[in-house]
Design a protein around this ligand. Structure first.
Ligand SMILES: NC(=O)c1ccc[n+]([C@@H]2O[C@H](COP(=O)([O-])OP(=O)(O)OC[C@H]3O[C@@H](n4cnc5c(N)ncnc54)[C@H](O)[C@@H]3O)[C@@H](O)[C@H]2O)c1
Length: 463
């Protein structure tokens, strides 16, 4: 069979008088990386990607102007009879692929657009694999990608075939990403999100944004309240606003189950919020201002994560499970303060999987939505966490102290995460405790009490 005559392949097709903002919407709905632009008489003009459009927006293009105002006629297409000519179709497909196109337009004798054909099909079996792209998303900007969750997420995204850019100011050092950055497998922008120019250059040519960067944790936000408000609230708002004006529709915001603070029963995404710290208050305020920006071309998703645990290339020992496993090694005992408080836990690798699933999900399912991320089975009382870790590590003694400084106490429902995204966390506290202990025993982390492992020191001095 002559290639290009098989089953229907579609890209969105837009007339040149279609407003730019409408073209972006069609691209988002289709999940395709390019739209075909045709003249009012249906003649083929070119294919255009969201990033090409965004570059024009950044130089002043009005989002309501017709797409024809920036669509330049492309010479790279095939006339119908040329499909039967292997050399010609191969030459065009090779050029298109080299320029990053996945499809070739086919036109009739009068230049009218007929359909698109995958370049792969035109090249035959020798064409090699297509670049990976889920839901039209190819390049993801991970803001705060050098952090505890970020370093794990970046590796997961690369494994899933995404191109990744990290924007971070490396408060806790560069070690976590050094290997990936040096080998060129990720792009790194070194900068502070409290700077507008940094935000704008970080957003260039990305299809989706994951915002993790923050002053994270109650003690850290208490130590630096102004930096917390600037970063967690004001910079987060500026980034969301910049995404909306750049028509970057997919925006995942890392929030926290700490927004629930204290509450009875299983708390859902609709439950009342009762923050008990500046950290949680800034997270709520930014959730609200990000969701308020949602419209047809900005579809943010809020992921409220349980308390994370497990090994990461940027390790933290100020998170309950990690602290207990580390203390079991250093002190040969686990100290518990209070113990009756409930807390939802989540392995850092499961958290990263939830972000990847969300990026690949149809926008209609996740845009404008809030998800609790975790699992009901891992709603634990602090004393129970200590017991699990002690048992996993062969019976380390537990020292119970009456007082606690941490007022958080809540249990959370994760039904929406399962029903909509099909994500069920699979890693356990016992498994993570053993991994952490083995890592300390093996000497991979030599000094777990170093300040770099505790957020509130804001120290980048690596071991
Ligand atoms: N760790 C948890 O238990 C947990 C739980 C719920 C939610 N979260 C959320 O997940 C996200 C990531 O948390 P984490 O544990 O990886 O924290 P982390 O402190 O390890 O990582 C935060 C990263 O953001 C960067 N950053 C901070 N301020 C910045 C700025 N002004 N400009 C550029 N980069 C900046 C830091 O350098 C760091 O690499 C946060 O938004 C946090 O609120 C974490």
């Amino acid at each position: 069979m002559v290639p290009g005559r098989g089953g229907a392949v579609t890209l969105p097709v837009c007339r040149a008088d279609t407003p730019v903002v409408e073209v972006i919407k069609q691209l988002d709905r289709s999940g395709e990386a390019r739209a075909v632009i045709v003249s009012p008489r249906d003649e083929y003009v070119c294919q255009i990607s969201p990033n090409e459009i965004r570059r024009h927006l950044l130089t002043g293009l009005d989002a309501d102007s017709p797409i024809g105002s920036i669509a330049e006629a492309s010479p790279l297409f095939l006339r119908e009879p040329e499909l039967a000519d292997p050399e010609r179709r191969r030459a065009v497909a090779v050029e298109l692929r080299a320029a990053g196109y996945s499809h070739c337009a086919v036109v009739d004798a009068g230049g009218r657009f007929l359909r698109v054909v995958p370049c792969e099909e035109l090249l035959g079996a020798a064409g090699g694999p297509q670049p990976a792209a889920a839901g039209g998303v190819q390049r993801v900007l991970v803001i705060g990608g050098a952090g505890y969750l970020g370093a794990v997420l970046v590796a997961e995204l690369r494994a899933a075939g995404y191109a990744v850019r990290v924007l971070d100011n490396f408060i806790y050092g560069r070690g976590a990403l050094a290997g990936l950055a040096e080998s060129g497998r990720i792009e790194v922008v070194d900068g502070d999100i409290r700077n507008i120019q940094t935000i704008v250059s970080g957003l260039a040519d990305v299809d989706a944004v994951v915002l993790l960067a923050a002053v994270v944790g109650d003690p850290a936000s208490q130590t630096r309240p102004t930096q917390t408000i600037e970063t967690n609230l004001l910079a987060a708002q500026a980034i969301a606003f910049a995404c909306r004006s750049q028509q970057i529709n997919r925006f995942l915001y890392a929030s926290t189950c700490s927004v629930y603070g204290q509450g009875d029963g299983l708390l859902t995404e609709q439950s009342a919020l009762a923050p008990v710290s500046l950290y949680a208050r800034t997270k709520i305020a930014s959730e609200q201002s990000i969701l308020a920006l949602a419209d047809g071309t900005f579809s943010p998703t809020i992921l409220r994560l349980g308390t994370l645990y497990g090994l990461s290339p940027r390790m933290r020992f100020d998170l309950v499970v990690n602290t207990m496993a580390m203390k079991a090694f250093v002190d040969r005992k686990i100290t518990v303060f209070g113990g009756a408080q409930w807390r939802p836990l989540l392995h850092v690798r499961d958290a990263a999987r939830a972000f990847v699933a969300c990026l690949a999900a149809p926008l209609a399912a996740v845009g404008g939505a809030v998800f609790n991320v975790g699992s009901e089975e891992q709603n634990y009382q602090i004393a129970e966490i200590a017991r699990l870790i002690s048992e996993a590590l062969g019976g380390i003694p537990i020292d119970r102290q009456g007082s606690t400084l941490d007022a958080r106490d809540y249990r959370v429902s994760f039904r929406r995460l399962r029903d909509v995204l099909g994500v069920t966390p699979c890693h356990t506290v016992a498994e993570a405790a053993r991994e952490i202990y083995a890592c300390l025993q093996g000497g991979t982390i030599r000094n777990p009490l170093a300040r770099v492992y505790f957020n509130h020191y804001f120290d980048s001095t690596e071991e």
